[in-house]
Design a protein around this ligand. Structure first.
Ligand SMILES: NC(=O)c1ccc[n+]([C@@H]2O[C@H](COP(=O)([O-])OP(=O)(O)OC[C@H]3O[C@@H](n4cnc5c(N)ncnc54)[C@H](OP(=O)(O)O)[C@@H]3O)[C@@H](O)[C@H]2O)c1
Length: 336
């Protein structure tokens, strides 16, 4: 195995696109595995990381290899690793301080991986970890969706939406979603019961008495979500502003907690007025939860949707496509 590899990195924030360079293969800690990456998926967080938008929450050393999830094969294991072995086909979402999946190799903590579903190709599997874990955590861990509950999942045709609709239906929920007209049949096929074309209808004028909203859009869409949820219900957002509660749980210093309290003043007022709980979710890596998703996929209860596949050398074309904001499912890059 060579000591060097190809990786897509940024040398400064606000760099519009990464550069592919030759860099050393990462070294392993005792609890790491080294994965030869076969495919990696694109996520809006990659664009936000490049833009420096996550700096209030995460500080990275530059140059930084970007990329947030992958599927690949283990080629080496750290001294303390007993749960996986060389040759295992795995997938995962590295912890946020150790991203870098747009590369030939990745060193990742063994707790952050799971066996790749046997019925998926590497490209399909790479489309799962970040959006699958986020959707699972929103629906199971935070909202604790019960059979018969009504939930709105915003942006049903996107990376998150396509998996969240399937997971919510599996939990027995009635699912409403928003999308544009061209994707109505597509999200219905995934299981959506009520589809709103967001170009011609505003969800807040046609939905009411919902148990929960899974907000993926933020801004006014998040503010309006409170008006469709019944008292005692919940709004969870992955695109809205982090609130003081999140800042405290995330271990941010007191001055940042105060800052987040200030900027989410309006959401706190909406929470009180509508008697609806607001939670900001910043997903967390979990090999254990990913193993649950592997089972669901192998039992044909969950299926990732791959919109487009690019060669790694064309990563910048792939990122440019992601920036358009109309991906149907996921964009994936294949490593050589
Ligand atoms: N906090 C966290 O832990 C976390 C984790 C994952 C993702 N996120 C964030 O969640 C957001 C969604 O992620 P994603 O991976 O699903 O993004 P994505 O796949 O890029 O979303 C694209 C989809 O959004 C739809 N869309 C765009 N504008 C819309 C609107 N106004 N109403 C309804 N649908 C709309 C598009 O459908 P049409 O083509 O039909 O318009 C398209 O299918 C991103 O901001 C991402 O950064 C946060």
């Amino acid at each position: 195995m060579s000591n060097s590899m190809q990786a897509a990195l940024i040398t400064h924030y606000k760099q519009s696109l990464p550069e592919i360079r030759t860099v050393p293969v990462p070294t392993l800690t005792p609890t790491d595995v080294l994965v030869r990456i076969k495919a990696a998926s694109l996520n809006p967080i990659d664009l936000k990381t490049m833009a420096g938008g996550l700096r209030p929450l995460l500080s990275y050393q530059l140059p930084l290899i970007i990329g947030s999830d992958f599927a690949g094969e283990i080629v080496a294991v750290g001294q303390q690793v007993t749960t996986f072995k060389v040759g295992d086909a795995v997938y995962g979402r590295p912890r946020k301080t150790r991203i870098g999946t747009f590369a030939t190799y990745l060193a990742i903590d063994v707790d952050d991986i799971a066996l790749k579903p046997r019925n998926l190709s590497y490209e399909e599997a790479a489309a799962v970890p970040l959006v699958g874990l986020t959707s699972y955590q929103a629906l199971n861990d935070i909202l604790k969706i019960q059979s018969g509950q009504k939930i709105l999942i915003q942006a049903g045709a996107g990376g998150i939406g396509t998996l969240a609709i399937q997971l919510a239906k599996r939990l027995g929920a009635f699912v409403a979603t928003t999308t544009s007209a061209k994707n109505v049949a597509f999200v219905q096929k995934l299981g959506a019961d009520r589809v709103i074309d967001y170009h011609s209808e505003n969800f807040s004028t046609v939905l009411s008495n919902y148990d929960a909203v899974f907000d993926t859009l933020g801004g006014e869409n998040l503010a309006q979500a409170f008006s469709i949820v019944k008292p005692g219900g919940q709004v969870v957002s992955i695109s809205g502003l982090p609130d003081a509660r999140f800042a405290k749980e995330y271990g941010l210093p007191r001055w940042k907690q105060a800052l987040f309290r200030l900027v989410t003043n309006r959401l706190t007022r909406l929470e009180k007025r509508s008697q609806v709980t607001y939670r900001f979710l910043f997903m967390w890596p979990s090999g254990t939860e990913l193993a649950t998703l592997t089972q669901l996929i192998e039992q044909h209860q969950l299926q990732p949707i791959v919109d487009q596949t690019f060669a790694f050398q064309d990563l910048n074309q792939a990122l440019t496509a992601l920036k358009l904001g109309h991906t149907r499912g996921k964009i994936v890059v294949q490593m050589a």
